[in-house]
Design a binder for this molecule. Structure first.
Ligand code: NAP
Length: 284
């Protein structure tokens, strides 16, 4: 994008509101069929940040007239016990989406637990099959944060095709899937990680930069190419992103703030996937 006056602030709160407004109509139509979209959230242990995320997701469901089923399991839960809880939700026809809050306590095999979620209820795109389908560009539910990043780009009509997208981070829920989604939209993608050499120069060659590092203010303003589009998925204590926002404002053509950037769109995307699932699965 060409940088004109000031940078365009990509207003995730507004994008999220628009998504939820469109969803409200679909929730009403489902209600007429006697179906209430239901998201089951599973929280294992008592990590305060995870508890907050789960509460925010549940509250967002309820505000939209959806049902939130909150499953709280003890910190000492075993993999087998967690999988048994997931299987129960898989079989429950009134549950349309299942979200297992990451991270789980260390004794649990998180991959096995994620993969126990039935694919048609995998609204957070965490299963191996869901990831693979998303990689192939099938209509699976992608992870919500990558989908939110794509939704923001699309909402603002930011061109992706032919652009050089630099993604910093390669986690299975964020960096990797967003890289594949950008690739599927014909961006040329470079994925960076903790062993990447010459990171600042690579970031500086990006037309689109996605920060998914988990380190506050990690991406510096002087790394950013003039006129780049910067999407900050980071959410660190104190409402601080992975991008040094003040510095990057001086270089970027468009940038997401933290808070009110990627975060609210992630939650709206989760609600959307749950409504999609309710429309597909219906109720027995
Ligand atoms: P993660 O699993 O910890 O992954 C972090 C990634 O950053 C890893 O791939 C790691 O590389 C890479 N990295 C770490 N240090 C680096 C360095 N010095 N240089 C380059 N790359 C480096 O984190 P995550 O779950 O993807 O989350 C990333 C951020 O997004 C966090 O701030 C998190 O809070 C936020 N988040 C936000 C939302 C939302 O809704 N907005 C949702 C999920 C996560 P290696 O693979 O080599 O270790």
């Amino acid at each position: 994008m060409a940088k004109t006056e000031g940078p365009l602030i990509l207003d995730g709160a507004r994008v999220a509101r628009d998504i939820k407004e469109r969803l409200a109509e679909r929730v009403n139509l489902l209600a007429e069929r006697g179906i209430t979209p239901c998201l089951a959230t599973i929280l294992v242990g008592d990590d305060p940040a995870s508890a907050t995320y789960v509460r925010m997701k549940g509250n967002a469901c309820e505000r939209l007239g959806m049902e939130s089923r909150r499953i709280q399991l003890d910190r000492s839960t075993t993999t087998e016990q967690l999988i048994a809880a997931i299987r129960e939700l898989n079989e429950d026809s009134s549950v349309h989406g299942i979200l297992l809050q990451h991270p789980v306590p260390h004794q649990i095999d998180e991959r096995a637990a994620f993969d126990a979620i039935r694919i048609d209820k995998d609204v957070d795109g965490v299963t191996t099959l869901g990831f693979a389908q998303n990689a192939f560009g099938f209509a699976a539910y992608p992870s919500c944060t990558p989908a939110a990043i794509m939704a923001i780009l699309d909402d603002y009509g930011i061109p992706i095709e032919g652009k050089h997208a630099v993604v910093v981070g390669r986690s299975p829920i964020l960096g990797k899937p967003v890289s594949l989604m950008l690739l599927n939209r014909n961006a040329t993608v470079t994925v960076c990680h903790s062993k990447t050499q010459g990171l600042a120069d690579i970031v500086g060659s990006g037309d689109i930069v996605v920060a998914a590092v988990g380190k506050p203010k990690f991406i510096r303003g002087d790394w950013i190419r003039e006129g780049a589009v910067v999407l900050d998925a980071g959410y660190n204590p104190g409402n601080v992103g992975d991008v040094d926002y003040e510095e990057c404002l001086l270089k970027a053509a468009a940038i997401t703030p933290v808070p009110a950037g990627v975060g609210p769109v992630t939650i709206a995307t989760l609600l959307k996937h749950t409504v999609d699932a309710a429309e597909r699965i219906g109720s027995a």
